[in-house]
Design a protein around this ligand. Sequence first.
Ligand SMILES: *Cc1c(COP(=O)(O)O)cnc(C)c1O
Length: 359
Amino acid sequence: MPLRPRYTGLIDRYRDRLPVHDDTRIISLGEGNTPLIRLNNIPRIIKKSVDIYIKYEGLNPTGSFKDRGMTMAVTKAVEEGSRAIICASTGNTSASAAAYAARAGISAFVLIPEGKIALGKLAQAMIHGAVVLQIKGNFDQGMDLVKQVGKQTPITIVNSINPFRLQGQKTAAFEILEELGGAPQFHCIPVGNAGNITAHWMGYKEYHEHGIVNDLPRMVGYQASGAAPFIRGKMVDTPETVATAIRIGHPQSWDKAWSVQKESNGWFDECTDPELLAAQKMLTEHEGIFCEPASAISLAGAMKDIAAGKIPEGSKIVCTLTGHGLKDPDTAIKQSTRGVIPTAANLDAVKHTILENLK
Ligand SMILES: *Cc1c(COP(=O)(O)O)cnc(C)c1O
């Protein structure tokens, strides 16, 4: 049996579809190529015959899909001679920027909102050596500041307004099409700044336009009820949700995402915090898949729209799980039903607890 070539990251894999040259120095950590996992138990539990696939983006090198965009953004920044990158972040962009900047040997500056960043993400930005500026404001205010810095200094912005980010992120759609042998009927995805829904649609359309596939999915974007500008039809000034990754009131890709909705004949919908937390827990307890709260909204929304008949039975659905559950250990521990059971260090006590807790 011949040995297969090693997977070296999404830029190498999709070189012919990405804006890189033969001699471009690629800054990669082996991102992409994430698992597409078919749910076995949840469709049975909700008593619906639907084919739900989870695109587990939490298995990227820094634990979120942001790495797909960051490998491209940092590769291009270095190619253009930039020595520093900057971003505003609810957490995952800063974690990813910090890691790829370390890999490239350049500086990373990250602006994070005070108090509302998940612990794992903060730890990542700090340990990779980024300069972490905690501002007394939310993501949207941080984003405004970063744009001004970008205008007045040669530092490269690596938020999703950087067009190379979306180029990298579109490869998630390529992987789904290749693995399923065509498009799902529905692609359900969390929406914050709406860069990722836009990037996926770019990827789907690209394979369709080149005749690689014949069909396209309907794109369905979900927002947390307290941070749902696409559902309110206008910007939200004080976004609030436990799903900190999508606690965004002024989405940067507003117009682009509305085009995605129209072109794909999809829609936007909202879920409450209890709904998305319930979906996170269902995934961990019944499928063994651990994602962060923001990610679970794709499944929470899908289940709601399946129940409402908007997504009919018999459909093939892909739900993107954008980030790993370990990003937000505080919420995970709060969500745990059993907690830990204090037990004496003797066999009788251990046996007693086992017998009381068998499934
Ligand atoms: C960034 C992020 C999102 C939102 O993606 P957008 O491109 O801003 O819409 C959702 N979930 C997680 C975990 C994220 O890190």
